[in-house]
Design a binder for this molecule. Structure first.
Ligand code: SD4
Length: 335
């Protein structure tokens, strides 16, 4: 891909206690708010905000936001229109978690349009927390979800193009670059919400890493890795190369760091530092991003590489309705 990487912010790691921005809770009429990963998080937040603004629950809000992203035809890393695995099969992963500890997930789900809602059905209608592959699909169909082919012609074309080299090399912020001419850095949707009753919930939904091995499962459906929520403390979600999140039980780690008193930004930063310490060389070549919100509604984020943006909606006006860029360990230039 010809990246030129510059180690501009290595001092962040060394500097230790340098102050980092945490977006403070801002008084809104209800205190409700929602945050989502990446620029398409704005659309997901809008869908979630309709629920929160109407007095709905954080759980309903994150499901609505995730469903919006899953239906978005512009996004080749989530739901319908996602890029397939190396065998040309589109498999979807999703999780949902309520602040009271209830959770549900599906992995390697095929041909069902809204994996987040299937995950919620796993949570609410089964004694389990995760169903995978054919079993997840069988369960979805038994619950009335439709079986529908999701791989688009565009995704099939991108896969055929990829087959020319068949090289699996995750790009920083750039799964979308696998489609010709597409330079934006959309990614997995992680969404966290706080409702007017002070309840937290989160969801995470993805088609996973493009060109992954068939059967590969990333962090997004694994509770504690791609998502973790605890009403006592806060919530965290992740995007990027999921193997790193699984290795570090990363979203759980972020929540536990907040439990020990760290701000959301500081907790995300320490989790990123853990990723770097474990695999310093690998961390220069892949992206890992964390987004967190504590029970007071404070929001923070941190990434390995520059370019991770997240969207915040709290019903206010001004900067709170815009995208925010997370600080990072490395500044990487894509060429
Ligand atoms: C995964 N974390 O499957 C997801 C995908 C992602 O950049 O965020 N891609 O590993």
């Amino acid at each position: 891909m010809g990246d030129r990487r510059r180690f501009l912010q290595a001092s962040l790691l060394a500097a230790g206690a340098a102050a980092l921005p945490t977006i403070a809770a801002k008084p809104t009429s209800t205190g409700a708010r929602v945050v989502s990963t990446w620029d398409f998080g704005v659309g997901a937040n809008r869908a979630a905000w309709k629920v929160l603004d109407g007095g709905g629950s954080a759980l309903d809000a994150v499901e609505a936001g995730a469903r919006w992203a899953e239906a978005d035809l512009c996004n080749p890393t989530v739901g319908r229109c996602g890029n397939p695995d190396r065998d040309g099969v589109l498999t979807l992963d999703a999780s949902i978690m309520d602040g009271d500890g209830r959770c549900g997930a599906v992995a390697a789900l095929e041909d069902v349009a809204h994996p987040v809602s299937v995950a919620r059905a796993v949570m609410e209608k089964t004694p389990h927390v995760m169903l995978v592959g054919e079993g997840a699909q069988q369960f979805a169909l038994s619950q009335g979800f439709a079986k529908t082919p999701l791989l688009t012609d565009e995704a099939r074309r991108a896969w055929r193009e990829w087959l020319r080299t068949s090289e699996y090399q995750p790009q920083i912020n750039a799964e979308r670059q696998s489609r010709p001419g597409d330079k934006s850095n959309h990614d997995t949707l992680g969404i966290l919400a706080l409702d007017a009753q002070g309840r937290l919930a989160g969801a995470c939904t993805t088609s996973g890493m493009a060109w992954k091995m068939h059967g590969r499962v990333g962090d997004s459906p694994i509770v504690g890795a791609g998502l973790y929520v605890d009403n006592e403390v806060g919530a965290a979600t992740a995007s990027g190369v999921g193997e790193e999140m699984v290795r570090n039980a990363a979203s759980f780690l972020v929540v536990e760091l907040m439990r020990q008193g760290r701000s959301p930004t500081q907790a995300c930063r320490e989790a990123i530092e853990r990723v770097v310490r474990k695999r310093p060389e690998a961390s220069k070549r892949l992206q890992v991003c964390f987004l967190a919100m504590n029970r007071a509604g404070e929001v923070g984020a941190f990434a390995l590489h520059k370019g991770f943006v997240y969207a915040l909606q709290d019903g206010g006006t001004g900067p709170h309705d815009r995208l925010h860029e997370a600080a990072s360990v490395y500044a990487t230039e894509q060429t």
